[in-house]
Design a protein around this ligand. Structure first.
Ligand code: ADP
Ligand code: MG
Ligand code: ZN
Length: 522
């Protein structure tokens, strides 16, 4: 098979995602009062409603409706005031009622949009954008090769999850060749929202970024933990190819079992290359559901597509049509916190962070909260000669580059390490060592720095005599520097460090570097 870059020169990929998100932060299930918890003993959280006993009547969970309306508002959807629940029929042991309660043609949220920023290597998956005359699709292109593309959302509807099945004895936990199948109805009836995109995505990287942005948005709303590993966020990838320049769509396949961002990208990449090969050999792509096997890095056929008629979709007679009031929708709107894009813009505009740092911090609500608390604390402790902007950008640096390596650091520990770094009192490597020592405790990093004798002299006047002494004795190296060998400054810094250590002090290498450069260039 040819590689992705090559295939994408001849073919355009058309991708649409269907993303299921369990509303894990709710207390109870979608249509009954059972506790929402998947960690309990199997089949502990069940009742006649979620087990589909005859005569049991469903009652919709108001908080779940609130969550989906918030999700719709955050993704620029139109909120439909009038909608209904439908029954989607199928037979499988994971749904004891033999139908899933879902929404019909009109969902609570319709016709939304999310803007994606694509940069770096991901932008190279779009050779069409390299052609400066290519336009359309509302794409904004930047001089650095990155671009912003709007992705339309068809709908977000409310439904319920099925039970969890565990297949024992088979291959990779699949039903094929399994000797037994176990069912846990705790998950059955879990409130689930399904977001369906228009087929607007064009590359595996765009699909990955869309999913990531959705995860960040829903986490910020607090409606789900959105964990791909545990399955509270799941996605199906629909994909077809067409020759570049063609307007119609080709036949699509749908990929299931995607449980990481990497799988999403890799499965789409594989499927694009596979379809290209089939089409180039004169074959046809069948509309089918395929299963991604990460260990073998390939997709295999699961089943051919069933049609909507097979589901016998009709309005659920047990559930009255919904009429959302303006007050309800406005109350939902007022509960929406600052979203990642707005947060990023504020961090760049008001706090002067680098765009990459700001994007990364703003994407995770817990990280953003810690950053803001630490920036506030550090900003209040600005030392002599250091600007507040410098301290805050150092806090961002610590949050992006050091924080992920530790279990639980407090905002005040982050603030304190950032202010030591901003003053050049310790090096980055030392900061790592100090944080490892205070991780999980309430200890003050400043104390550890002092106990371990790490604090470096940042007072230039006390370091200058050392610089004088070293320059006086290393005549050869000074000459080499003046002859153009600037690298020799590293040796001189080493000599200064040694001399300051011998004198019982601890000079800061960065400061020595600056002092030496100033003297040598003079
Ligand atoms: P189905 O009825 O097979 O479920 P839908 O029309 O509901 O198909 O679309 C499901 C998803 O597939 C949507 O995200 C949609 O954008 C996407 N999609 C539809 N047609 C195509 C196509 N030809 N190629 C790629 N994706 C497509
Ligand atoms: Mg579908
Ligand atoms: Zn129940």
């Amino acid at each position: 098979m040819r590689g992705l870059q090559e295939v994408l020169r001849d073919w355009e990929a058309v991708i649409g995602l269907e993303v299921h998100t369990e509303l894990t932060t709710l207390e109870t299930k979608m249509f009954c009062n059972c506790r929402l918890s998947h960690d309990d003993e199997p089949n502990a959280n069940v009742c006649p409603v979620c087990l589909g006993m005859p005569g049991a009547l469903p009652v919709p969970n108001r908080e779940a409706i609130r969550s989906i309306v918030m999700a719709g508002l955050a993704t620029n959807c139109e909120i439909k005031r009038h909608s209904m629940f439908y029954r989607k029929h199928y037979f499988y042991p994971d749904m004891a009622k033999n139908f899933q309660t879902t929404q019909g043609p009109v969902a609570f949220c319709m016709h939304g949009r999310l803007d994606l920023e694509v940069g770096g290597a991901g932008a190279r998956e779009r050779p069409d954008l390299a052609d400066a005359t290519a336009t359309g699709g509302g794409i904004l292109r930047r001089a650095d090769g990155s671009y912003v593309v709007p992705i339309r959302i068809l709908r977000i509807h409310m439904e319920e999850d099925a039970a969890k099945m565990v297949h024992v004895g088979g291959e990779e936990g699949r039903i094929t060749a399994a000797t037994e199948s176990l069912i846990d109805y705790n998950r059955c009836g879990t409130p689930l929202i399904e977001l369906v995109t228009e087929p607007d995505l064009r590359t595996p990287e765009e699909a990955r970024l869309f999913m990531e942005k959705l995860q960040q948005t829903f986490r910020t709303l607090g409606i789900s933990d959105c964990s791909l590993e545990s399955g509270s966020m799941r996605c199906d990838g629909n994909i077809s190819l067409r020759r570049r320049g063609e307007a119609g769509f080709g036949t699509k396949t749908e990929m299931k079992n995607i449980n990481s961002f990497k799988s999403l990208h890799d499965a789409l990449e594989y499927e694009i290359c596979r379809q290209a090969e089939v089409l180039e050999e004169g074959g046809i792509v069948y509309q089918e559901t395929r299963h991604w096997e990460p260990s073998r890095r390939r997709t295999v056929v699961m089943r051919v597509k069933e049609t909507a008629d097979d589901y016998r979709l009709f309005p659920d007679p047990d559930l009255a049509p919904f009429d959302l009031t303006d007050e309800f929708i406005e109350a939902c709107r007022s509960r929406i916190p600052e979203l990642p894009d707005a947060k990023r813009d504020r961090y760049v505009g008001e706090l002067g962070l680098k765009c990459d740092d700001a994007t990364q911090i703003a994407g995770d609500p817990a990280v953003a909260a810690l950053f803001e608390e630490a920036a506030m604390a550090a900003g209040g402790k600005v030392a002599k000669g250091i600007t507040e902007a410098k301290v805050i950008s150092t806090v961002a640096n610590v949050v992006v580059n050091l924080l992920p390596a530790f279990q639980s650091l407090t905002a005040s520990q982050v603030a304190s390490i950032a202010s030591l770094l901003a003053q050049d009192a310790i090096t980055f490597a030392q900061a790592r060592e100090v944080l490892a020592a205070v991780d999980g405790t309430s200890a003050d990093p400043g104390r550890v720095v002092d106990e371990r004798g790490m604090r470096q002299t940042t007072d230039a006047s006390s370091l200058e005599p050392i610089v004088d002494e070293v320059l006086g004795r290393c005549v050869d190296q000074v000459q080499q520097y003046r002859d153009g060998n600037k690298k020799v400054v590293g040796f001189l810094v080493g000599q200064c460090m040694k001399a300051s250590k011998a004198a019982g002090a601890k000079g800061n290498p960065k400061l020595f570097n600056q002092l030496l450069a100033a003297r040598l260039e003079a």
